[in-house]
Design a protein around this ligand. Structure first.
Ligand code: BJW
Ligand code: ZN
Length: 255
């Protein structure tokens, strides 16, 4: 768990930061009841998420891939944003120079009230045609036939998310890199930081604080690794007291 000393050090870094960026991953939604990708609970009908989140899987078996996404839509539709999402949304309202970058496709940051969100891996509630340029937002939890056909050309629709081997949306990625380059501090929240290029943003940060109950490849390289759940740590950090200025220190060795 996070000590008062660590929280105070993190608050000092936040107070010193003129501009802030946050990179979130599946862990920020874990306390809402959304399963993460890796680790316990990551399996669905004996499939590993990594096996389904690929263009090859969709080409081979679009029905199974759609069933997985519709199952996730149903599960997410029944959840609510948690205190971690809300703390980030509140921070955005109070600070001009803040950029939220997420790898999540669940829409919980939107529902918590965040307005400017760079979605690196797309959106589960957006669909696009695998043939023509047709796109639509859709909250459907079931379809008469899978994969659903494009109303314009009849080709299979697909979830508008980024699968392994696919490029990230170019403008979104460019904005995320710019935001991290300009930020005095990057909060890295609830990501195993194993998927690139998103994880590479942590390497580009001038100074970073990690919020995660488990350690990641970056835990020993960030200025502070706050070992706890986002729903507890973010409210304590972002809505807590403000201390005096400091500059980014070298990493604090973990006990
Ligand atoms: C808590 C918590 C609590 C729990 N509070 N925390 C460089 C090196 C090696 C490989 C590559 C490389 N560059 C690219 C690659 C290939 C590949 C890749 O990264 N592979 C690695 C796995 C090795 N990357 C790609 O293919 C990317 N595309 C690309 O590079 O394109 C290049 C290209 C250019 C031009 C033309 C063509 C291609 C695309 C990656 C797309 C990833 N997509 C997915 C699916 C999205 C749709 C969907 O949701 O279905 O994105 S995979 C999945 O992983 C999803 C996630 O966004 C992403 C990251 O996962 P995340 O968020 O880190 O979740 P978990 O589960 O791993 O971790 C959860 C964490 O939360 C844990 O640490 C817990 O401890 C923590 N936690 N409770 C806080 N309460
Ligand atoms: Zn079409």
């Amino acid at each position: 768990m996070v000590s008062e000393r660590e929280l105070a050090a993190a608050r000092r870094l936040l107070a010193a930061a003129g501009s802030l960026a946050a990179l979130t991953g599946a862990g920020v939604s874990a306390e809402s009841g959304v399963p993460t990708f890796r680790g316990p609970g990551g399996l669905w009908r004996n499939f590993r998420p990594e096996e389904l989140a690929t263009p090859e899987a969709f080409a081979r078996d679009p029905r199974t891939v759609w069933e997985w996404y519709l199952w996730r839509r149903g599960l997410i539709a029944a959840t609510e944003p948690n205190a971690g999402h809300r703390a980030l949304a509140a921070w955005e309202q109070q600070h001009e120079r803040f950029t939220l970058i997420t790898q999540n496709v669940d829409g919980l940051h939107d529902r918590a009230g965040s307005r400017r969100i760079l979605k690196l891996h797309g959106d589960l509630w957006q669909e696009r045609c695998s043939g023509c340029g047709y796109q639509r937002r859709n909250r459907a939890l079931a379809y008469p036939a899978l994969p659903p056909p494009c109303p314009d050309c009849g080709a299979p629709l697909r979830p508008s998310v980024v699968w392994f081997g696919e490029p990230l949306p170019r403008m979104v990625w460019a904005e995320a890199e710019r935001a991290v380059a300009q930020a005095d501090l990057l909060l890295v929240v609830g990501t195993a930081a194993q998927v690139y290029p998103a994880a590479g943003l942590v390497e580009q940060a001038r100074c970073a604080i990690e919020v995660n109950p488990a350690s990641t490849p970056f835990s020993s390289r960030v200025a502070l690794a706050l070992t706890g759940p986002a729903g507890e740590v973010l409210p304590a950090l972002l809505t807590g007291g403000r201390d005096k200025i400091t500059t980014c220190p070298p990493p604090i060795p973990t006990a």
